[in-house]
Design a protein around this ligand. Structure first.
Ligand code: SAM
Length: 249
C-alpha cells in the first residue's frame, strides 16, 4: 500500500468505527446506482443467466448494494480499504442468506485491485472515487477498464459541480486538479466541508476517464436539503448535485 492508501485506510477505518458506534452506516442500496444496474440487466440476461454474472463494488462499505445484486442472483465481490467495512459487508450478506453468492471481499485500494483482468461483468461505485486525488482517481478508472469484460457495465454515483459546496468554494479549486476542493472546516465528519479532498465531476470528464467506452449521458440528480439541515451546514439553501453514470465497455 502507498503512504496515501495507508492514510486513507486510517481515515475510513476510524470513520467506520464511529459509524458502527452510532449505528449510522448506510444499510440501503443507492437508488441511483441500482436503477441503472436494473436497466442494464433487464434486457440482457434471464434470471438463469444472471447466476453466471460476477459484479464487484469498489468501496463497498457495509455492503447494501452487494445484497441488492445477490438478491438478483449475481455473484458479488467487494473491495474496501477499511477492515470494519468489509466485516460489516460479510455479516450483512450472511444475515440475508447470500454468503454463497460471495466471491471475494478484499481489503485493498480501488487504485490497485487484486482481481484478474476482464474478470467482471459489472463494476459499481458510489461516493468513493470522488474522494481520491487525481493520480489515484485516474488509476481507479484504469482499474475499472482493466477488470471489466467487453460489454460489461460501469455504474457510478458521484458529486457534480452544481453542488452547493462546490459553487460556494469554486475559486478554491486546486489549480493542478480542476473540480477538486480540499476542505477541512471542522464540524461533523459527515459534511463535505470537513472531509478533506472532494472531486466534483462534470459529465464531459467521464469520456476521458473511460476511453473507448460508451458513456451514456450521465443522469443529473439534484435535490435540496430541508432548510433546517442547510442552516446546520451554514448555508441558507443546500443543493445536492450528483451524477449517475452508466457506461458500457
Ligand atoms: C461513502 S462510503 C460508501 C459505501 C458504499 N459504496 C455505499 O454506497 O454504502 C465510501 C467507502 O469507500 C471506502 N474507501 C474509501 N477510499 C477507498 C479506497 N481508496 N480504496 C478502497 N475503498 C475505499 C470506505 O472505506 C467506505 O467504505
Amino acid at each position: 500500500m502507498s503512504d496515501r492508501d495507508t492514510s486513507m485506510r486510517e481515515t475510513w477505518e476510524t470513520s467506520f468505527q464511529e459509524q458502527v458506534a452510532r449505528q449510522a452506516y448506510n444499510t440501503a442500496p443507492v437508488e441511483a446506482l441500482v436503477r441503472n444496474i436494473a436497466y442494464y440487466l433487464r434486457d440482457r440476461f434471464t434470471a438463469n443467466e444472471r447466476k453466471n454474472l460476477h459484479f464487484a463494488e469498489m468501496g463497498c462499505g457495509a455492503g447494501p448494494n452487494l445484497v441488492w445484486l445477490a438478491e438478483k442472483g449475481i455473484r458479488v465481490s467487494g473491495v474496501d480499504i477499511a477492515p470494519t467495512a468489509l466485516a460489516l459487508a460479510r455479516a450483512t450478506l450472511d444475515q440475508h442468506g447470500f454468503g454463497n453468492r460471495v466471491e471475494k471481499l478484499v481489503e485493498a485500494s480501488v487504485s490497485v485491485v487484486p482481481l484478474a483482468d476482464e474478470s467482471l461483468d459489472g463494476i459499481l461505485e458510489s461516493c468513493v472515487f470522488q474522494h481520491l486525488g487525481r493520480e489515484d482517481r485516474e488509476a481507479a478508472f484504469r482499474e475499472v477498464d482493466r477488470l471489466t469484460k467487453p460489454g460489461g457495465l460501469f455504474a457510478g454515483h458521484m458529486l457534480e459541480r452544481r453542488h452547493t459546496v462546490f459553487q460556494a468554494h469554486e475559486d478554491e479549486q486546486l489549480a493542478e486538479d480542476p473540480g477538486t476542493l480540499q476542505l477541512q472546516e471542522g464540524g461533523s465528519n459527515f459534511y463535505l466541508t470537513n472531509i478533506g479532498l472532494s472531486h466534483f465531476f462534470d459529465a464531459g470528464e467521464l469520456n476521458g476517464l473511460l476511453p473507448g467506452w460508451s458513456v451514456v449521458d450521465p443522469c443529473l440528480i439534484q435535490y435540496e436539503l430541508p432548510r433546517s439541515e442547510a442552516q446546520k451546514r451554514g448555508y441558507a439553501t443546500y443543493r445536492q448535485s450528483m451524477l449517475a453514470v452508466y457506461a458500457i465497455k
